[in-house]
Design a protein around this ligand. Structure first.
Ligand SMILES: [Zn+2]
Length: 247
């Protein structure tokens, strides 16, 4: 059947290399595989870049990864002048790990921010150097210094991060699990992936399909670079790597 790619990153976010077999090339040159460790753009996290290695050692540069007609179909976008692999060919899939690992740390930092600021989320975007999370938060009684200190306390505590699957019925029975105001977790798949922080999810759990580090300490030093007012009821928080710069 066309259209379903086994998403290896979902069970193991640390799979920097893997093997996949070419199942198709779409009309725009996108490469489809039976399985992949390349994360496809979704939920505010950009898709992976990297390269595919053929058995003769030649490389096919991958400039991006997206979902296709369904979320289950993953399409790898080669550079326009890259050679095309053959259908049925097995490739070694190398994710640009330095970039992805930064995205994993940043994505996890967004979860920590949502623990520190328990307000409805209206938007989020994960980036290599900066991420942003928008909250429905009318009063800016929070400071970047305070939020940074609270986030770093979670980092220092080195809480475990793990995933767990629940049914749609379990989610329906616990509607407070969903922090995002506008984005609902995909319904119809029958099961929902929860990302949990802390022993027995004592710190947090929320539906998410992205890639995360496995302990909060791996996030490293982060800070809130800016809290911007976006309309009367919205605040945009910008997360950056490194220590809070001195005033
Ligand atoms: Zn996540």
């Amino acid at each position: 059947m066309m259209g379903v790619t086994e998403a290896l990153f979902r069970e193991d976010a640390y799979l920097s290399t893997a093997e996949g077999k070419v199942t198709g090339i779409n009309d725009r040159g996108g490469i489809l595989l039976d399985r992949t460790n390349f994360y496809a753009t979704s939920g505010g996290q950009p898709g992976d870049t990297g390269f595919f290695e053929r058995s003769d050692g030649t490389k096919i540069a991958v400039a991006g990864t997206i979902t296709g007609e369904t979320k289950e179909e993953i399409i790898h976008l080669p550079l326009p002048d890259a050679v095309r692999p053959e259908i049925g060919e097995t490739l070694v899939l190398h994710v640009d790990w330095a970039r992805r690992y930064k995205l994993m740390r940043m994505h996890t930092a967004c979860h920590l921010l949502s623990v520190v600021c328990p307000y409805p989320i209206t938007g989020a975007a994960v980036g290599e150097d900066e991420s942003r999370v928008d909250f429905d938060l009318p009063d800016a009684g929070v400071t970047k210094e305070g939020v940074t200190a609270d986030m770093m306390a979670l980092v220092a505590a080195n809480h475990p991060i793990f995933t767990r699957w629940i049914t749609e019925d379990e989610l329906a029975a616990n509607p407070n699990l969903v922090k995002s105001k506008n984005v609902r977790p995909p319904a119809g798949a029958g099961r929902i992936r929860l990302v949990c922080i802390g022993e027995d999810a004592s710190v947090d759990s929320q539906p998410c399909g992205g890639t995360h580090v496995s302990e909060t300490q791996e996030v490293g030093e982060i800070h809130i670079g800016k809290i911007e007012k976006k309309g009367r009821e919205n605040r945009r928080f910008r997360i950056r790597f490194g220590a809070l710069p001195p005033v």
